[in-house]
Design a protein around this ligand. Structure first.
Ligand code: ADP
Length: 531
């Protein structure tokens, strides 16, 4: 077996090199030739002998066993080659001792460099941690992470965060070169991510949660991710060369991505060690992003609660004021002449009845919310004829408004196993809203039918032609305390009805959703399983 082969096999038993095996083999072949040349040269060159040792260590085989293997193989093989030559014994010893010295020096130097690199990485991570922990504001946090990553990890770094719909938005861009940074930002403003067709590498990383390294960014990739010729031009001017995209994952959730980019200007690329470091930064950034998002949500929740308290106080006060007013008025009339006008008394008592009913319902809603939150909202399911329930309900709502035309399509009988009081509560809420949010009157359609998609379910829909719901509010109307246009629409309640309704329908194993017909108004659709 040729010397280089045997040497390679012996080294391979002691560890691995970062280089391809064929490359290692090539280099060992050259070193073997060098060793033979040293032995047969006229004057012994100790420096060259040391270099052989140093090169072995530079291949990545730095452990003492690698030196042992080297001395062993070279000692035996070169000894056999050189037995013909009398003076070769002492020379071979000198060669091996030179190799040992060179190897040890290089191994020590490598260890020092690695320790220094590790120290720098730790320092860098500590710096990132301090930076991201210093603020609870999402933008500030992201800006700091991006700035910290440049130039240690990248020439150009962008941080992208998934919005509530799951789409990636570029939030921050940092570049070693301020001019290029401007160009990168302009490119993102002109071509926002959402306009990009197909799935960009960043979107793939967000979905898979796995880091991706693109070692060689070529024109084909740039063409793929460009929207048009100008976009491609910008990409080319920015000259990305190598890219590493790290997911920002906190508690198992992908919150966004960090793109680390090396450009043609620096000519740097990514080594395997960079990946672990980048992922570490990604994890820290993700925790900070999660904290900032939670903080924002908490702030919103506190604001919503405060708004709710003032709305609830106002809502409760209105019927109380009205109750007091009529009670006082009646008392005054009584006091003046001791007589009472029966008609007036009837009217006053009717108002008292209505307002106490309203008060009772508001208090019941508040109690329901606390039941939902403590998980104590329970159902009393019975076999119920939903047709009869709905007919009665529509009749009672009809008496409350003469501006609205209630049109009902209800089959003679349709039974389901539900809690009748709770389902009545849901439907009353939907019908009340339909009336309340169509102040100019108009038709309200109520329909009960079998589900087309699932014969084991029934569908109840309530459609009005009222003020409708703005697109930006649609997502949130089922949230607790949520009211579209708080305060601006007189007659809105506490923003609890739909929240409680959804909880009740969920408990039944059904679904409630809102639809927004093209010709205005709203349609609420409840689907309930029959059993
Ligand atoms: P509220 O007691 O305020 O009516 P809900 O939970 O029943 O509370 O409704 C939440 C919000 O959804 C309302 O404040 C209103 O903005 C909107 N909304 C509900 N139903 C309708 C509807 N039929 N038409 C227009 N907006 C509606």
């Amino acid at each position: 077996m040729p010397i280089a082969d045997e040497w390679h096999s012996a080294l391979a038993l002691t560890g691995t090199s970062n280089l391809e095996p064929s490359e290692v083999h090539q280099r060992l072949l050259a070193l073997t030739e060098q060793a033979v040349a040293i032995l047969s040269a006229e004057a012994f060159d100790v420096e060259q002998a040391r270099q052989i040792g140093a090169r072995v260590a530079q291949l990545g085989y730095v452990q003492p066993e690698a030196l042992g293997a080297t001395l062993d193989v070279l000692g035996q093989q070169l000894h056999q080659l050189a037995t013909a030559n009398e003076s070769s014994g002492p020379r071979l010893l000198k060669l091996l001792s030179g190799i040992a010295t060179g190897f040890s020096e290089q191994a020590r130097a490598t260890a020092r460099t690695e320790a220094e690199a590790a120290r720098q990485r730790l320092g860098f991570l500590a710096e990132v941690s301090t930076q991201v922990a210093a603020s609870l504001d999402l933008r500030t946090t992201l800006e700091r992470v991006a700035r910290a990553a440049v130039p240690v990890l990248a020439d150009w770094c962008t941080l992208n965060i998934a919005d509530p719909t799951g789409a990636l938005q570029t939030e921050t861009t940092a570049h070693v070169n301020p001019v290029q940074e401007e160009l990168a930002k302009t490119m993102r403003q002109t071509y926002p991510r959402r306009q990009e067709s197909g799935r960009s590498p960043a979107v793939q990383v967000l979905e898979s949660g796995a880091t991706r390294i693109i070692a060689n960014v070529d024109d084909r990739l740039l063409e793929q991710i460009s929207v048009d010729a100008d976009h491609l031009q910008m990409w080319k001017a920015l000259a990305p060369r190598a890219v590493m995209i790290v997911p920002l994952v906190a508690h198992g959730r992908s919150l966004g991505t960090m793109s680390l980019i090396m450009t043609d200007d620096s000519g740097r690329s990514y080594a395997p060690a960079d990946r672990a470091l980048a992922e570490d930064v990604g994890r820290r950034a993700a925790m900070a992003v999660e904290n900032a998002q939670l903080y924002t949500q908490t702030e919103q929740a506190v604001r919503a609660r405060d708004e709710f308290l003032s709305v609830a106080a106002h809502e409760l006060k209105t019927p109380v004021t009205s109750l007091r007013g009529f009670a006082q008025l009646t008392l005054r009339t009584l006091n003046q002449n001791g007589q009472i006008d029966v008609e007036r008394l009837k009217r006053a008592l009717k108002v008292v009845d209505q307002q106490s009913d309203k008060l009772t319902r508001l208090v019941a809603q508040l109690l329901d919310v606390s039941r939902v939150q403590s998980g104590k909202l329970a159902l009393d399911r019975q076999d119920v004829d939903l047709s009869a329930l709905l007919v009665d309900l529509v009749a009672s709502i009809r008496t409350q408004s003469d501006k609205h035309e209630l049109r009902a399509v209800i089959p003679p009988e349709m039974r389901a196993k539900v809690d009748p009081l709770r389902i009545e509560q849901v439907l009353t809420n939907l019908l009340d809203n339909a009336i309340k949010y169509s102040p100019d009157g108009g038709a309200v359609d109520v329909e009960l039918s079998s589900s087309n998609d699932d014969p084991a379910s029934v569908v109840i829909s309530v459609r009005d032609r009222g003020i409708g719901i703005h697109a930006e509010d649609r997502e949130r109307i089922f949230e607790r305390f949520y009211q579209a246009d708080v305060g601006s629409y007189h007659g809105a309640g506490m923003g609890l009805g739909l929240y409680i309704s959804r909880e009740i329908v969920d408990l039944h194993g059904g679904q409630i959703r809102a639809e927004f017909p093209e010709d205005g108004g709203s349609r609420f659709v409840v689907t309930l399983p029959r059993r």
